[in-house]
Design a binder for this molecule. Structure first.
Ligand code: FES
Length: 101
């Protein structure tokens, strides 16, 4: 197993919203199903509705949303034949040229 794959599996099963016991995999599935904002995720899977009112989980979820939107943008550029950088990992996007969600 490569290190990237190992990290993906850990992220998949790791609880991101601790108050609601919602894992990264559940969040990514909802994002891929079209919940592309924190409010949409809140409505879809009730993430961020626990006792801390999203103080702990919202930054991590916003990072995942940002990285997903960046990846979509990069993929759209590639499909048009434009030069595009690799999509960023969650939490690492610096808002550079490849990022414009
Ligand atoms: S960790 Fe998500 S609502 Fe508290």
């Amino acid at each position: 197993m490569t290190q990237k794959t190992e990290i993906d599996w850990v992220d998949h099963f790791k609880k991101v919203c601790i108050c609601r016991s919602i894992t990264g995999g559940t969040i990514m599935k909802a994002i891929q199903d079209g919940a592309l904002s924190f409010e949409a995720l809140r409505r879809a899977i009730r993430v961020g509705t626990g006792n801390c009112k999203a103080k702990r989980c919202r930054p991590k979820i916003e990072d995942k949303l940002h990285a997903y939107r960046c990846a979509l943008e990069v993929e759209a550029k590639r499909s048009k034949g434009e030069d595009a950088a690799s999509p960023p990992e969650p939490g690492t996007c610096d808002g550079g040229d490849a990022c414009n969600p």
